[in-house]
Design a binder for this molecule. Sequence first.
Ligand SMILES: [Zn+2]
Ligand SMILES: [Zn+2]
Length: 252
Amino acid sequence: MRFKSVVGSRWSVVGDWWSTSLDALVDFVYPPGCHVCARSLDHAASVICVACAAQVHPIPSPYCERCSTPLDGEDAVCRVCAGRSFSFVRARAAVTFDETVQTMIHLLKYRGRRALGRFLGRVLAEAAVREDWFREVDLLVPVPLHRSRARERGYNQSELLARGVADRADLPLATRLLTRHQSTRSQTTLTPAERAANVRGAFRVIAPHTVAGTRIALVDDVFTTGATFDSCAHALLDGGAAAVYALAVARA
Ligand SMILES: [Zn+2]
Ligand SMILES: [Zn+2]
């Protein structure tokens, strides 16, 4: 696995076709194990092992119907959602942001483990499908990366997640409908207010004819403050969308 991780660190600076070729080559040289811990897999088609899968925990019920935060009492929404409004109708996250999930998302975003994208997208869709969450959704839209970051990474992890969701939810996916025209700072060290300011106005609809009257579910990796989803939803509603929903793998 050492060779693979060395190659993985180079994926951030090489193009799409090249990293795909490397992936195929390395998997041929070293049969793939669990994408998280490298243990051998019982089924060749698996992405993570049984032990790692046991560390992925669904968000326990009850949870806030607007942002998926677990709740103690009988309120329908959490304190944060009671005190603010979002441009999206509601957000559903599937799993808690525990160590294994954090590792998976890190590997997906920064170590080129693309297989984890489609896998986590299916995990996310599975939770939502069971609740008939998609009944008001016409179209899936991944949260876009700025083109400089997409070029650097070689892919958009949210698009990979959305493909996994599309597989399971049987919905169309639009990847060239919304664009991130401002290159924003990483949100990880920012306060909630700074996060909102950082992404405000960062997104723009580039295919208004597709957006008009459409009910859209945005897809991203982690729901933290909801600022990125909110900014995307604002742009889509401005562009004529009928309603916007939000889907994230994990609730931080
Ligand atoms: Zn494992
Ligand atoms: Zn909430």
